[in-house]
Design a protein around this ligand. Structure first.
Ligand SMILES: [Cu+2]
Length: 150
């Protein structure tokens, strides 16, 4: 009986997790990510579509403390990651970083995200496509500002 109750409770926990987490879609459109900036909550998932000729890879130093980066294969349609840590995640498509295929995911309600200073600092370590990474961070800050204004 105890085991049964325990199982029921576990199922309930999984169910609430599934119901409460949101799936966000980021699409590869020509050589850009759409949307460029996504706002999410811990436990949400990010699904990458339109992946023909693209991959999605987090940029070193540009994910929250304790978060795991990701690197998909090329053309991995529907590649999905779960964002559990609060903060900003900056990701790129390796061959199209120079044409601006850089995106941001901001997780949690802390605005600005707590790792923003680290993200800014890590720009200096980007060797290819630095200006595009800067541009995405700038757009992310703008999106954060317009969110906190309203
Ligand atoms: Cu690409």
């Amino acid at each position: 009986m105890f085991l049964f109750k325990f199982l029921l409770f576990s199922v309930f926990l999984c169910w609430t997790q599934l119901v409460l987490s949101v799936e966000h879609t980021v699409k590869g459109v020509v050589t850009k990510w759409k949307p460029m900036v996504t706002f999410a909550q811990p436990g949400d998932t990010i699904k990458f579509v339109g992946m023909i000729g693209h991959n999605t890879v987090t940029i070193d130093g540009m994910i929250p403390d304790g978060a795991k980066g990701w690197e998909s294969k090329y053309g991995d349609e529907g590649y999905t990651v779960t964002v559990n840590e609060e903060g900003a995640y900056i990701f790129k498509c390796t061959p199209h970083i120079t044409t601006g295929m850089v995106g941001a995911i901001v997780v949690g309600d802390d605005m600005p995200p707590t790792n923003l200073a680290t993200v800014d600092k890590s720009v200096s370590k980007v060797t290819i496509g630095k200006s595009m990474v800067k541009r995405t961070i700038k757009k992310m800050k703008k999106a954060i500002a317009s969110r906190t204004d309203s």
